[in-house]
Design a protein. Structure first.
Length: 456
């Protein structure tokens, strides 16, 4: 995995050392010697991750980090602060400014490369979600990502996997006032427990007795419900190789013992905030997909969904040598409903019709609204004879009871004309629809409120 790395340092030798190391791993390196230049490069989209020296004249690294986090176009750019300062208070100050990590000089080059790769991997995932969300927002169907809150995430649910009582207690005392903490008594079932609950952060100690903690991380990344759950490792100073292995497995962050309370809180907050932002993006993408494939008025599948699903349903039917039938329905004289009662009343009638049609369909049927008052039901495993009985039952269900058109108790009668067609050997999806549509036309021309079968 390669990426553009912005190295920001006012000392040319430091820049050259990092540039040489990163270029050796095939990263493209961009450089800046001061804060304003770094901010300009970032806002122009000139990098994928920032390695930012803290001690610089003018605007220091912490202030640069704050400004990047405050701007929508750079708010989610990975930032690693680099400094000779190594006190917990310095790390906390950097993390609270919005940095994703804090590396101390002299830099461990192997750890640096592993951390850059891990953060770039996360950025690419978020970028893809953001691009989809932005495209959907541009079409006016969902909220733009910039509208999502980037403030404090509030209380989160944290699952701790640590079988050492005293370290566990210290973590509980630090996190307890701010988050809901769950302690996994059985490390082997930690992922199962995380997948059951609405967990925001998984904290795993590398010092588990008789259990490989990295196995938990691997399991979490392979299970669908925990694939995107942030993982924070608690490591000892001699756990360097296992931490690096954890980053390769997809671990988001790590913290060395002895644990500083404020740094633990800062890292927990950062990971929970990122997780909730990514969750919002995924929900936005799902919503845009649903809006593209579902009719917003009735909640049924739409024409686009039918076009995508029908070829696969036909292929399955042919592979299984099973029948497949289509029912095309049109509400009789529906224009008169809109003309006499208004479009709001018509919308209410359409909702009621869709609900009744859905209630008449079988579990495996695909029910779609094509537009206006026209609907389609695709029925796998159904012969023409069976389809005729289902269609007649549907016609009777529509006719049997009037449809509410407002909250004042007014209702109107509706009837429906139905055309049927069965899949033939020489027929594709478009041909199947044409046959059913021709049958519908005959049903309407012969007096409406009836079922007509299409000829093969």
């Amino acid at each position: 995995m390669t990426a553009r790395v912005l190295v920001v340092d006012d000392i040319a030798l430091n820049v050259k050392l990092l540039e040489t190391r990163l270029a050796g791993e095939y990263f493209e390196v961009v450089t800046a010697s001061n804060g304003p230049d770094a901010i300009a490069i970032c806002r122009e989209g000139g990098c994928d991750i920032v390695l930012l020296d803290v001690m610089m004249p003018g605007i220091d690294g912490v202030e640069v980090c704050r400004r990047l986090r405050a701007a929508p176009e750079t708010a989610h750019l990975p930032i690693v602060l680099v400094t000779a300062l190594d006190q917990p208070v310095d790390r906390v100050r950097g993390l609270e400014s919005g940095a994703d990590d804090f590396l101390t000089k002299p830099i461990d080059e192997v750890a640096l490369i592993a951390r850059v790769r891990s953060l770039v991997r996360l950025k690419y995932s978020i970028d893809e979600l953001r691009d989809r969300a932005v495209q959907s927002a541009a079409a006016g169907v969902v909220e733009p990502p910039e509208a999502f809150s980037a403030h404090a995430p509030g209380r989160g649910r944290v699952l701790l996997v640590d079988d050492l009582p005293r370290p566990s207690q210290r973590i509980a005392e630090a996190l307890g006032p701010h988050h809901e903490l769950i302690v996994a008594a059985d490390p082997g079932k930690a992922v199962e427990e995380a997948s059951r609950g609405d967990v925001d952060l998984l904290i795993v100690s590398l010092d588990l007795e008789g259990f490989d903690a990295l196995r938990i991380c691997g399991q979490a990344r392979s299970h669908e419900r925990t694939r995107y759950l942030p993982i924070l490792l608690i490591a000892g100073l001699d756990d360097r190789q296992r931490v690096l292995r954890g980053l390769d497995l997809g671990v988001n962050d790590y913290l060395n013992r002895p644990i500083d309370r404020n740094e633990l809180l800062a890292r927990a907050r950062t990971n929970i905030l990122q997780k909730r932002y990514a969750d919002r993006l995924r929900a936005t993408v799902r919503q845009s997909i649903e809006m593209a494939l579902y009719d917003p008025l009735t909640g049924l599948n739409n024409r686009r969904f039918l076009e995508l699903q029908l070829p696969a349903m036909i292929e399955t039917a042919r592979l299984r040598k099973a029948p497949l039938a289509m029912m095309v329905l049109d509400i009789d004289l529906f224009k008169q409903v809109n003309d006499s009662h208004g479009h709001d009343a018509g919308d209410q009638a359409l909702k009621g019709f869709a609900a009744r049609l859905q209630g008449s369909a079988r579990g495996g049927d695909v029910v779609c609204r094509l537009g206006g008052e026209e609907f389609v039901v695709v029925m796998p495993g159904v012969t023409m004879e069976q389809a005729s009985r289902i269609a007649e039952r549907t016609r009777m269900a529509i006719q049997s009871q009037e449809f509410a058109i407002d909250g004042a108790g007014r209702s109107i009668p509706l009837t429906v004309s139905i055309g049927l067609a069965e899949l033939a050997d020489d027929c594709d999806g478009a041909g199947l629809y044409r046959r059913a549509d021709r049958a519908l036309y005959r049903a309407k021309s012969e007096g409406r409120n009836r079922v007509t079968e299409g000829a093969a």
